[in-house]
Design a protein around this ligand. Structure first.
Ligand SMILES: Nc1ncnc2c1ncn2[C@@H]1O[C@H](COP(=O)(O)OP(=O)(O)O)[C@@H](O)[C@H]1O
Ligand SMILES: [Mg+2]
Length: 631
């Protein structure tokens, strides 16, 4: 479908969803579909629920955030279960301002934007449909038309509680335009849109001296006072502040604590009482979710000030820390790169992973648990298996520091470093070493890093570099083995046959000659030595493997190459050791002979075809590994 057709069909869809009718007709619909009268908080929660919820081991994953917010499942779960969900049920938390608190570039704005865009889409669905008094600048809830003295009866008949007062403007319109006939008031379906200022608002603090409360609550329209005769005529007032426009939906309050106090008090009244003061009118009822955000240092200085106690007690603070998982951090970078103008540059495999390792290390806090250094902790958080540690240990680690993830390097810094390097050097291809170098160079000019942290961060650069060295060597060695998985499997089967014969004091049979053979001690030792198993320990190791195999067999599981972490490592190292000289010589000769050249070309082709390199990055990798092996 071409774009013009899509535009047309979108317009047609919107056209077909439109609805307009009298209040009497609207009530008929509400009777059938009471959810049309839901509150803004309930609409937000239902929108999230609508995308699906997955449960795994008692933990909830809200699909609404998938593919946009990475690595923050626990924070999102807390946000939904401690705020959105109870607020939707009209519990008391909804009367508090939701304040997202987290480090810079940790995804707070992204999260709020996601909710806003989601709500825009949701208002186009049946479950998320919203209706309002037609012609009202605040898209007022139609049920406000029901007079107070009849609301109890309305509840008995419809099961719906109406909150809030009809606004002064609609009160006047009801009288003047409809002759007080409530049932005739025209109601229409509305569609949330930040661009059109319907149901979605944003407020960001500017210079406190010049910032006008009108930005929030609207202002008198002096040009029409003459026409209507008085400042207190609601028709002479423009209900066009962010609080007015966001009615029924969400208002984002950016960097809230940078704002002057007087703005905050308006919000408080709105969240607490469901109304706010505008101009000379009685309080105006509004129903909207206010989501504010701030960083930790501003939050700390805010609560340190005694004067703010009352305000503070009426906020609910939800931490939005940095992601702490390497794989998720990579996804964040991928997303950011895809949205940038460097998206066409080739990024060698493992580049973003290595950058992410560095970043995550800067965010982690040391543990007092034995035998866990930051690198191990990083692996455990990332979900990798580390021998001797289980999920219980991970939970314990996570509970050790409550402010973990509140500091460290942010994703934007990484992406900025990568792009500026690419642009400055006019690169078409970038690898892990380029990125580490650029991250390192940037540290000295990074304004908000203390000298102490800089030292630590430099160490993390070398840690990440060492990790990369291992990854690079493995990658090249793998590409050298004609069929890596096949060779590893053959070698392991061979080893296991020998171990079995050794433990059972049996002989092996030569498959070709049928001749009886003793177990091949030399072969077994050459593998075991790779992981430091001594002559004295070999028997126990071999027996342990046999026990593992029979345990697998009992459960009907197949014991294979990946069933035993240490054995796998031994096999891999053995394969690489056999290859080492070939790799070393081939990758480092300045004048390769014909056969070496052929091998190099083959390896480059494998790297390109199977591992995602391009010819520049593959050749760079070979050269680098050559230099590593010759050290
Ligand atoms: N956990 C995360 N998941 C997805 N993207 C993230 C995450 N953390 C940061 N980002 C990305 O980093 C950038 C900065 O995030 P932003 O939402 O502006 O942060 P904040 O408002 O907290 O300062 C954005 O491009 C955002 O997509
Ligand atoms: Mg932000």
């Amino acid at each position: 479908m071409d774009i013009l057709k899509k535009i047309q069909s979108y317009r047609e869809e919107e056209e077909s969803l439109k609805w307009e009718g009298t209040f009497a007709e609207y009530l008929e619909m509400v009777k059938e579909r009471p959810y049309l009268a839901q509150s803004a908080h309930s609409r937000v929660y239902n929108m999230i629920k609508h995308s699906g919820i997955e449960e795994e081991n008692g933990k909830f994953n809200y699909k609404f955030f998938d593919n946009e917010i990475f690595g923050l499942e626990e924070s999102m779960e807390r946000l939904v279960e401690e705020y959105f969900h109870p607020a939707a049920k009209r519990l008391d938390v909804r009367k508090r301002i939701l304040l997202l608190m987290g480090p810079v570039s940790g995804g707070k704005s992204t999260l709020v934007t996601l909710l806003k865009r989601g709500l825009e889409r949701f208002s186009h669905t049946d479950e998320g449909a919203v209706y309002a008094i037609k012609g009202c600048p605040m898209h007022e809830e139609p049920l406000h038309l029901i007079p107070h003295h009849l609301r109890e009866d309305f509840h008995d008949e419809y099961g719906i509680r109406v909150e809030g007062n009809l606004s002064p403007l609609n009160m006047m319109r009801l009288e003047k335009e409809y002759g007080s006939r409530i049932e005739d008031v025209i109601i229409e379906r509305i569609f949330f849109s930040e661009d059109k200022r319907v149901g979605i608002g944003t407020f960001s603090p500017s210079d406190p001296k010049s910032q006008d409360i009108a930005d929030l609550t609207g202002s008198i329209d002096f040009s029409t006072i003459a026409e209507f005769g008085s400042e207190s005529d609601p028709r002479a007032y423009r209900f066009d502040g962010e609080l007015n426009k966001a009615n029924r939906g969400i208002m984002e309050f950016q960097e809230m604590l940078k704002c002057d106090e007087k703005f905050l008090w308006h919000l408080l009244s709105l969240t607490q009482e469901g109304n706010f003061k505008a101009g000379r009118f009685a309080l105006i009822s509004a129903d909207e979710m206010i989501i504010a955000h701030t960083n930790e240092s501003e939050y700390r200085s805010f609560i340190a000030n005694k004067k703010n106690e009352a305000l503070h007690s009426r906020m609910i603070v939800m931490p939005v820390p940095y992601n702490l998982r390497v794989a998720e951090e990579e996804r964040i970078y991928e997303k950011m790169i895809n949205q940038s103008d460097i998206k066409d540059v080739h990024i060698a495999p493992h580049t973003l992973k290595v950058a992410a390792m560095f970043t995550i290390l800067t965010r982690l806090k040391e543990t007092t648990k034995n035998n866990i250094d930051l690198l191990k902790k990083m692996r455990l958080y990332d979900g990798q298996t580390v021998e001797g540690f289980s999920d219980v240990d991970i939970e314990e680690l996570k509970n050790e520091h409550h402010d973990e993830g509140m500091s460290g390097i942010d994703p934007r810094y990484v992406i900025n470093r990568i792009s500026s390097t690419i642009i400055k050097k006019e690169m078409t291809s970038i690898n892990a070493l380029d990125v580490l170098r650029s991250l390192k160079d940037g540290l000295s000019s990074h304004a908000s890093i203390s000298k102490e942290d800089r030292e630590r961060y430099l160490n993390f650069i070398s840690t990440a570099r060492k990790e990369y060295d291992e990854i690079a060597k493995k990658e090249v060695q793998k590409a050298f083995v004609y069929s890596y998985e096949e060779s590893a499997k053959t070698l392991m089967d061979n080893y296991l046959d020998n171990v079995e014969a050794y433990c059972n004091k049996a002989k092996l049979r030569d498959p070709l000659t049928g001749e009886e053979l003793n177990p091949d001690e030399k072969l077994m030792r050459s593998i075991e030595e790779q992981i430091g198993i001594s002559e004295n320990a070999k028997k126990a190791f071999r027996e342990e493997i046999l026990i593992r195999i029979s345990a697998y067999a009992r459960k009907g599981k197949k014991f294979d190459y990946s069933s035993h972490e240490r054995l796998r490592e031994a096999i891999q190292k053995k394969l690489f050791a056999d290859l080492k000289d070939v790799v070393k010589i081939t990758t480092s000769t300045k004048t390769p002979d014909e056969q070496q050249l052929k091998k190099v070309n083959e390896v480059v082709a494998t790297l390109i075809d199977e591992y995602g390199y391009n010819s520049t990055s593959a050749n760079e990798l070979l050269r680098y590994v050559g230099s590593l092996l010759n050290r």
